[in-house]
Design a protein around this ligand. Structure first.
Ligand SMILES: Cc1cc2nc3c(=O)[nH]c(=O)nc-3n(C[C@H](O)[C@H](O)[C@H](O)COP(=O)(O)OP(=O)(O)OC[C@H]3O[C@@H](n4cnc5c(N)ncnc54)[C@H](O)[C@@H]3O)c2cc1C
Length: 402
């Protein structure tokens, strides 16, 4: 798939000119929510670009995660979507001849996953975004004359500018789980067993993903499903206060000293929280006896002849046939090969938790931008969310595009 013009043979200048002619304006690594939204914006401006991602279509990873959890609705409001213009999903919903009942949930009218996916497909088709996809896993980044070359497991691509939009590639797997299957027990791991559960089942985790999976499994295995979490989940409609979705607060955030920004991320993100409607479903399932909720910390696990034994707060308390971890993502970016190798090769700065240190235009290097969760020190608490994708593109448009 190399888009690099042949070899630099005959005359160096003409070879470089040839290379620059063939060079893309932009290459985006990652075709998730953030990569796709950035691609839509750049496509509309007439830039030449490609999306590099190992999956067969954009947003495939997001869809897989939503399916594993049997997620019914998004958490974010209807006005946050991946299209270029404002309120696109809202207008799309209004234009549907018939909307299924339950297309929206909660006071912010969070769209159903089905509606959100239909809208994404419509945007992909309208802007022909699938044609931009090059399949491959980026392994390294190097500077070349006039641009950047990305080596992937399937070849190389060069572009004048690069956007890295790889989300949070590392899940958080508690140390006690390593002895019984580790990463593959995590709901976001590609190897996670998606078959319907049988026997007694346990979900470990304290946030929305854990609640959604536990409710799903309790439907399939009523009375045989347990959710283990440290404390009752916080109840909050959104991941963070809505002000963080707007450019004004994002700019204010970026102007705080680094230590203040880190503290704000920790205090403003409502980790381990669920919207009231999900809290109500949890309470209902408990009342009906289809779901048991245990508050405590798993300290040890071991495999036994028939299933798994879990110690909670040090007490050997619980046996089950199957266990799922919904323990979220690693908070930091250490150990993410693409970031580690790029930082090392180009001498790029990283802040607390190995997060890339970016300028106001989200530049890690004059030719390399970073968006999504890894831009949290520049964009604020909602950097990883759909709102963050819109904030990032707006920054790029104002500060980084001609
Ligand atoms: C289940 C779930 C529900 C969520 N619901 C909401 C919601 O309702 N509202 C909201 O605003 N946010 C929500 N979020 C948060 C956020 O919007 C998502 O996490 C979103 O998927 C982040 O998008 P992303 O593009 O940054 O990362 P991802 O979706 O993870 O996409 C990253 C892409 O990069 C690719 N990639 C990674 N490494 C490489 C590499 N080396 N080379 C090439 N490609 C690579 C991956 O294959 C993937 O396709 C949710 C998250 C989850 C997990």
């Amino acid at each position: 798939m190399s888009l690099i013009a042949g070899s630099l043979g005959v005359g160096k200048t003409s070879a470089i000119n040839h290379l620059l002619m063939k060079m893309l304006d932009w290459l985006i690594i990652g075709a998730g929510v953030h990569g796709l939204h950035a691609a839509a914006r750049l496509r509309r401006r007439g830039s030449t670009l490609r999306l590099l991602d190992p999956h067969p279509h954009p947003l495939a990873e997001w869809e897989r995660r939503a399916e594993v959890l049997a997620m019914g609705h998004l958490r974010s409001p209807l006005d946050q979507d991946i299209d270029v213009g404002e309120l696109s999903l809202h207008h799309f919903a209004e234009a549907q001849p018939r909307l299924e009942p339950g297309s929206f949930a909660g006071p912010c009218r969070a769209p159903s996953v089905a509606l959100f996916r239909r809208h994404v497909e419509w945007v992909r088709g309208r802007l022909d975004l699938d044609a931009l996809l090059e399949r491959g896993l980026a392994r390294s980044v190097e500077l070349v004359e006039g641009g950047v070359r990305v080596e992937s497991d399937r070849g190389s691509l060069t572009a004048r500018r690069l956007i890295v939009a790889i989300g949070r590639p590392r899940t958080h797997v508690p140390a006690w789980a390593k002895a019984i299957g580790g990463p593959t027990l995590h709901v976001y791991d590609p190897e996670f067993d998606r078959s319907p559960p049988s026997g007694s089942v346990v979900v470990v985790g304290g946030g929305l993903s854990a609640a959604q999976l536990a409710l799903r499994w309790a439907q399939l295995r009523p009375g045989a499903t347990t959710l283990i979490c440290r404390r009752p989940p916080l109840i909050a409609e959104l991941d963070a206060a809505p002000r963080w979705a707007g450019p004004r607060w994002s700019w204010r955030f970026a102007n705080f000293p680094l230590a203040g920004r880190v503290a704000m991320l920790d205090s403003e993100l409502r980790r381990g929280s669920v919207p009231p409607r999900v809290a109500a479903r949890l309470a209902r399932a408990q009342r009906r006896g289809s779901l048991r909720v245990v508050f405590g910390e798993v300290t040890h696990t071991q495999r036994e002849a028939a299933g798994l034994a879990l110690s909670i707060n040090g007490d050997p308390a619980l046996r089950c046939d199957r266990l799922a971890l919904a323990t979220g993502f690693a908070r930091g970016f250490e150990g993410v090969p693409l970031f580690d190798l790029t930082a090392q090769a180009l001498g790029l700065a990283r802040g607390p938790r190995a997060t890339p240190l970016l300028d106001a235009a989200l530049r890690w290097h004059p030719r390399i931008h970073v968006i999504g969760a890894a831009a949290c020190l520049s964009l604020g608490p909602l950097a990883a969310n759909i709102a963050g994708a819109r904030l990032a593109s707006a920054r790029l448009e104002v500060l980084a595009l001609p």
